[in-house]
Write a protein that binds this ligand. Structure first.
Ligand code: NAP
Length: 295
């Protein structure tokens, strides 16, 4: 059996079309233009390219976007003042501070300073707490994207044995929480693995769904999975460069071998990646509606 490929590029495209319509309606019926600000500190090339992709996507959907770039030696106080400025800005509904921040800035202090109503990354403890309680909130973008990939592909999560590898605050922990909620895309039985897990292969072998968010190229191999497994590969690992100097990417899963046993699998690139930015846009539109009181 060769797996059905879940194309994040295609699913993201469909969601972006829905968002475009929503943004047009917001403008026509309520005179609201959703606004997003991205704040970047320093000149890290990967962060620069992420921020530029976010602004480009916002623009394409009709979302107003502002890009603030601060010098690498910006003080924590100055960054807090910038966040506060946008907390008060009526034209901005979503604030995204690009991580990681330079070492002299306390990331937690910055994330806690963002108005939870504008926290479109879903990292503020108010939103994290609401997510755990199953209340309406901004869901973190990558886990939200994974849920959309599963549900839109018709993958049944209710009663499924889900093995998640990686327990970071941005992927592993939140996706574990979301998939055990009593709702669509949830009701799964969760096993969360990490570096202290004994016998990773034994856990993976009994999984109906594996979500790999590790950062180790091709760590999940075909002998670790059962026939018919659904595989979501979150990992983005740079494993070399093409002759033209372009990065060669690999996921955390040995795609070519695992796809021969899986029923569904996401590729890298073109799987989870395109979903993350799309869910940021969805959160920005949601923020604009909530702030304006539009249902
Ligand atoms: P992270 O914060 O570095 O966390 C990695 C997790 O994997 C940790 O919990 C770590 O365990 C676990 N781990 C590492 N090596 C392991 C091993 N050999 N065996 C078992 N567990 C191991 O990473 P992250 O931010 O969650 O990102 C994970 C991957 O997803 C990265 O490749 C990243 O680039 C990618 N990513 C992609 C997107 C996207 O939009 N496509 C978004 C976010 C992240 P411990 O906790 O025990 O250290």
């Amino acid at each position: 059996m060769s797996a059905k490929i879940i194309s994040g590029t295609e699913v993201a495209k469909a969601i972006r079309e829905e968002l475009k319509t929503e943004v047009t309606e917001l403008k026509e019926k309520h005179d609201i233009v959703p606004g997003l600000v991205t704040i970047l500190v320093g000149e890290d090339p990967a962060s620069q390219s992420y921020v530029s992709a976010k602004n480009k996507t916002a623009h394409a959907l009709g979302i107003h976007s502002e890009q603030v770039t601060l010098a690498a030696d910006t003080t924590e106080q100055d960054l807090l003042a910038t966040v506060e400025k946008y907390n008060k800005d009526k034209n901005i509904h979503g604030i995204l501070v690009q991580l990681p921040l330079p070492k002299h800035i306390n990331e937690t202090n910055i994330l806690y300073a963002i108005d939870p109503d504008k926290d479109v990354d879903g990292f503020h403890p108010v939103n994290v707490g609401k997510m755990v309680l199953g209340e309406e909130c901004f869901l973190p973008c990558t886990p939200h994207g994974i849920l959309e990939l599963l549900t839109r592909s018709g993958v049944e999560t209710s009663g499924a044995e889900v093995v998640i590898i990686g327990r970071s605050n941005i992927v592993g922990k939140p996706i574990a929480n979301l998939m055990l909620q009593k709702r669509k895309g949830g009701n799964a039985t969760i096993t969360l693995c990490h570096t202290r897990t004994k016998d990773m292969a034994a856990h993976c072998k009994r999984a109906d769904i594996i979500i790999a968010a590790v950062g180790v190229p091709k760590m999940v191999t075909a002998d670790m999975v059962k026939d018919g497994v659904v595989v979501i590969d979150v990992g983005v690992n740079r494993i070399g460069k093409t002759a033209e100097g372009k990065a060669i990417l690999a996921g955390d899963v040995d795609f070519d071998a695992v796809k021969e046993k899986a029923s569904y699998i996401t590729p890298v690139p073109g799987g989870v990646g395109p979903m993350t930015i799309t869910m940021l846009m969805k959160n920005t539109v949601q923020a604009a509606k909530q702030i304006a009181g539009v249902k």
